[in-house]
Design a binder for this molecule. Structure first.
Ligand code: 5GP
Ligand code: ZN
Length: 113
């Protein structure tokens, strides 16, 4: 999608700090980290949000979660971590290209605000 900031990152038109990439998925450092480790994992296909996920996308979502697990291991988040997906306005989603936050490196509070 031409006006999507994450599609521009995926296309290499906007720089990012990549930690993982394959044919379907990219993982980058968040530009404004909320924890010592804050990675965004997203599909290369533009899917706006969890609400736009089709059944045919479910294997892709499973793959994304495997990537999150692998990145967490590589970044040595052995004390634990959190995976977050913000969906839509009340979910706090700011960038309408589905992505999963991997947060770790400190004790995380619950519940979120
Ligand atoms: P959301 O609120 O949509 O779940 O999260 C969007 C996230 O994207 C935020 O944590 C924000 O800091 C991050 N972000 C926004 N613009 C950029 C960018 O240009 N590069 C990177 N690496 N992260 C971004
Ligand atoms: Zn996009």
């Amino acid at each position: 999608m031409s006006d999507c900031i994450f599609c521009k990152i995926i296309a290499g038109e906007i720089p990012s700090k990549k930690v993982y990439e394959d044919d379907r998925v990219i993982a980058i450092h968040d530009i404004n980290p909320a924890a010592p480790v804050h990675i965004l994992v997203m599909p290369k296909e533009h899917i706006a949000s969890m609400e736009d996920v089709l059944d045919e996308h479910l294997p892709l979502l499973g793959h994304i979660h495997g990537v999150i697990r692998n990145v967490a291991r590589e970044l040595k988040l052995d004390k634990g971590y959190r995976i977050v997906n913000n969906c839509g306005e009340q979910g706090g989603q700011e960038v309408p290209h589905i992505h999963f936050h991997l947060l770790g490196g400190r004790s995380l509070t619950w519940p979120p605000g």
